[in-house]
Design a binder for this molecule. Sequence first.
Ligand code: F0G
Length: 460
Amino acid sequence: MSHDSWAEPWKIKMVEPLRMTTREEREAAIRDAGYNSFLLRSDDVYIDLLTDSGTSAMSDYQWAGIMLGDEAYAGSRSFYHLVDAVHEVYGYEEVVPTHQGRGAEHILSQILIEPGDAVPGNMYFTTTRFHQEHAGGHFYDVIIDEAHEPDSLHPFKGNIDLAKLAAVVEEYGVERIPYVSFETNVNMAGGQPASMANLREVYEYCSANGILVMLDATRALENAYFIQQREHGYADTPIHDILREICSYSDGATVSSKKDNLVNIGGLLLLRDPELARKARSLLVAFEGLHTYGGMSGRDMEALARGIEEMAASDTHVRSRVGQVEYLGDGLIKHGIPIVRPVGGHAVFLDARAILDHLPQEHFPAAALTAALYLDAGVRGMERGIVSAGRDKETGENHHPKLELTRLAIPRRVYTQSHMDVTIESIARVHENREDVRGLQFTYEPEELRFFQARFEPVG
Ligand code: F0G
């Protein structure tokens, strides 16, 4: 069936009522939360765009799988279903289940990174870089310059700059580079894809030099969609085939199954080399669980196997998923609100630096904008700027990311077009009154991944 709209290829079978709050209630809630949206109670949130992670609505087919999950401690039938689904959709031979994405990142970093190694990657992700540094590695950002420009309309802002990569290889030598960390649909860049040409080129370069390529395939499905839409020669290729080709240009992948895979919990470490997989499994039993469940229950694995099948079964799912995100982004652009463009795959990123241009970065514009948005209509976003970037491990100085963003991530199959309209209206109102938004300062700054639990107060 073909039609022009991104309309959803599903209908609603069960609903979850939402609590509406007053402005006074939201003022108290955000103050109690130390102006950090992570510390709000979800009961105080109307439209929750904190994250697209673990917030998807499962299908009736997945829920039926919850009842059929095999809870055997070892050799669960649901694990073997999951292995089959991964073989079919991603194509990696070795499947190591983990409790979520960071579990896979932890194991991968521990088996490959030695202290003093360099890990080049296309922009950092918080937990990914944490585990690389925790294993003694040093992360180097080798993404193309355009990724740091909110206004650049480059169609593949997730691409790796081969000259930057070669410079790191030159400096360290191949033996000190355990792998290149290649994220699909780069989250921190605004949900921006890499092109197939770039994936292929990086893999050819690395293979020729004996360097592994490890994908963060958390949002590879959404990346596949952008390749289909934007890259020459892929317009008629099914998403399923594009996804397989993306994965073919890598030696393995970590996946947070809480995104593309349409489940609320779960993760995967996927490999080709049986020897690497053996090492991974031997750590797995200490940190995650036995190699046939890795921290998931049997029902989690059954729902995950079905989610993986479902996401790639036809192109209409991803089209409608990204279509809804683009609807929100286009609505904001029409109101003249500065956002990262092109609109990304999983979220719209407000350019807090441009919107609150009266605030210096030291006063956390993205965190302040996120709090102001919540106050207006109970829409919850997330800071993705200087607070998320944290401090340099060696110098203790704040990283100063060029992108100072408030992220509005859209859960899959959860909200309606009218929820998106309410969000657009609320942001337009905040934008109108942006002069009134005050900056924030820390009252508590955690040592690690500080954005999760930091507390703030308004400056002055
Ligand atoms: N990689 C990427 C690109 C991610 O976006 C995330 C999580 C992870 C790895 C870690 O996976 O949460 O399952 O342990 N991102 C969430 C977000 C938290 O809101 O963007 P996890």
